[in-house]
Design a protein. Structure first.
Length: 565
């Protein structure tokens, strides 16, 4: 048995239960939007049982208690594969490192093991550490510290003396002016002229003294700086050398990442990302679970059949990740890589490309000659998308060809249903837009949550920003996020669900969905939230109430929809 076959025997995992009654996938999973195949669900369940019971390594996932740290919970992946004997099994992987290691029993190895003891990375690290030691020794040397201290003390003393001299000069000038003004009134002309000449001489003398002081300090500071710069240039040279070594090492890491596909073609990380908006690979690219799984399968003649990735453990502070939930592959890091790795395989089509909206009806709730209120169905765009032109805006343009202005006053997410306001004229549109900007328009949503909420009502304040590496997902970010606030109130509790009313006090993308799902919000995703929870027949979120002042009639109008769930 050759080495590759031995590795395959170690990592190719057989199912613990009989799978003869399961049908195999016809096409490979579309990684960015999927329902896990039943065999992938079975593989994930088997892996999760292993994670709960194994004792070969230690890592606290924070499943039933809080753990301080940034890498507590972890994304895991399973890849359903067929070996050369046509046996069906699966491979397992984790994203990044786990238990401070890249290698753990039963999991596929990283694409590049740059942390191995004898790796180029370790060698490069030692060389950089040597430069760090030289820099540290230089900056702690007595001569370096003395030269730096002499220059800094000279700068401080120069600033003090020059500032004092400038103050004295300013006060003397003010005093001379006062003496002149008083003398002009009290002295005869001849005496005043003598005093004026004397004061001019004093002014000239102070001016030259000031010039001399500036020259003195410029000379001394230049000498002190030159003495320090001899040492500082050495430090700059070491820092430049360290920076170049770090850049070279990072580039070498990138160069080592070479990804296979089923046709045996190889493509490098930098080449892949050169065609993206990033231009250069983002941190951690290539270390996610699915690229590792596919790379191992291709290297060991295993045929990939389907995939699934799930989160295990405590949620991160920024992202919405729920313990045990399945998630799509990230778009920023993985989509470019997987675009190459899946080439040549039969992959399921993105559901977004096959959405048919012909049966979607825009029901008019209210209409007059100035505006209308419509009930947007779920899974229907407010404005045209990249792959689907059918939208509320397109239909409104067709229905009202003589309307002026942008028509849509606001938008709802594709997955959200409910009340949407449309203006027929530019003037009405501007008035309603101003009401939105002034926050005088009132909106209420109704949502069905997956779990039970114990509290009755409250306000959530969690700032949000886009996840640039995984759009369109949003992150909670107190450093760079925009303020976002939501009022909520429980309406009804069921056996395992809670119906709530939500009032957005701000209008951020996915605000209600993130505030519901995030651990510091309601900690309970909405039913059917395929981004922050679990997919279902639909997202259970509806814009149920809308109040505004009619721009022409100048009276408040309120519209309410019955809950669809």
């Amino acid at each position: 048995m050759n080495e590759a076959t031995k590795k395959e025997a170690q990592l190719f995992t057989n199912f613990h239960q009989d799978i003869d009654d399961f049908s195999l996938p016809k096409k490979f999973t579309y990684p960015f939007f999927y329902e896990p195949h039943p065999l992938c669900q079975l593989a994930a369940k088997q892996l999760q049982k292993h994670l709960s019971e194994q004792t070969n390594w230690q890592h606290d996932f924070g499943i039933d208690h809080w753990v301080d740290g940034v890498n507590v919970g972890k994304m895991f992946g399973v890849l359903l594969v067929q070996n050369q004997e046509e046996e069906i099994g699966f491979l397992s992987a984790f994203s990044g490192k786990l238990a401070d290691a890249h290698h753990l029993p039963g999991f596929v190895p990283p694409v590049v093991d740059y942390l191995a003891v004898d790796s180029f990375f370790r060698k490069g690290e030692k060389e950089i550490e040597q430069v760090n030691s030289e820099l540290d020794a230089l900056q702690k040397a007595e001569a370096y510290l003395r030269a730096k201290s002499d220059w800094e003390q000279a700068k401080s003393q120069a600033e003090l003396e020059l500032s004092h001299a400038k103050k004295v000069q300013k006060e003397a000038k003010k005093e001379r002016k006062t003496r002149r003004e008083e003398a002009k009134i009290s002295m005869p002309d001849s005496a005043y002229e003598q005093l004026d000449a004397k004061l001019k001489q004093e002014s000239m003398q102070m001016h030259y003294q000031s010039k001399d002081l500036v020259r003195k300090w410029n000379t001394e500071l230049a000498e002190k700086e030159a003495a320090f710069e001899i040492w500082n240039e050495r430090a700059k040279a070491l820092k430049s050398k360290r920076r170049q070594m770090s850049n070279d090492l990072q580039q070498q890491i990138f160069d080592e990442y070479q990804f296979l596909n089923i046709k045996g073609e190889t493509r490098g990380l930098c080449d892949i990302f050169a065609e993206t908006a990033f231009k250069v690979p983002p941190s951690g690219a290539g270390d996610c679970a699915l690229p590792k799984l596919l790379q191992y399968a291709f290297r060991n003649q295993l045929k990939p059949l389907a995939m699934a990735e799930f989160w295990w453990g405590q949620s991160p502070k920024s992202e919405v990740r729920k313990h045990g939930y399945f998630y799509p592959s990230c778009k920023g890091k993985c989509e470019p890589i997987l675009g190459h790795m899946l080439e040549g395989m039969e992959v399921e089509q993105s559901p977004m490309l096959s959405v048919c909206t012909n049966d979607k009806e825009l029901k008019t709730v209210y209409e007059d000659e100035y505006l209308l209120v419509i009930n947007k169905p779920h899974e229907f765009l407010s404005v045209p998308g990249k792959t689907n032109a059918d939208s509320v805006l397109n239909r409104m343009e067709d229905a009202y060809p003589n309307a002026t202005g942008p028509l849509l006053v606001h938008r709802l997410d594709r997955a959200t249903s409910g009340l949407l306001l449309v203006a027929k004229t530019k003037e009405v549109h501007k008035d309603l837009q101003d009401q939105f900007l002034d926050r005088t328009i009132k909106k209420r949503y109704v949502a069905l949550l997956e779990g039970l909420i114990k509290e009755e009502e409250g306000t959530i304040e969690l700032p949000l920003r886009p996840d640039i590496e995984d759009r369109p997902r949003q992150l909670v970010c107190f450093e760079h996020g925009k303020p976002a606030a939501t009022k909520w109130k429980v309406v009804k509790r069921y056996a395992n669900h809670t119906l709530v009313h939500l009032w957005p006090l701000t209008g951020r993308t996915h605000q209600l969905r993130v505030h519901a799902a995030h651990q510091d919000g309601l900690n309970t995703p909405m039913v059917g939230d395929d981004l922050y929870g679990k997919p279902d027949i639909r997202l259970h979120l509806q814009a149920a109430e809308l109040s505004f002042i009619h721009p022409v009639a100048k009276r408040e109008m309120t519209f309410v929809l019955e809950s669809e769930f």
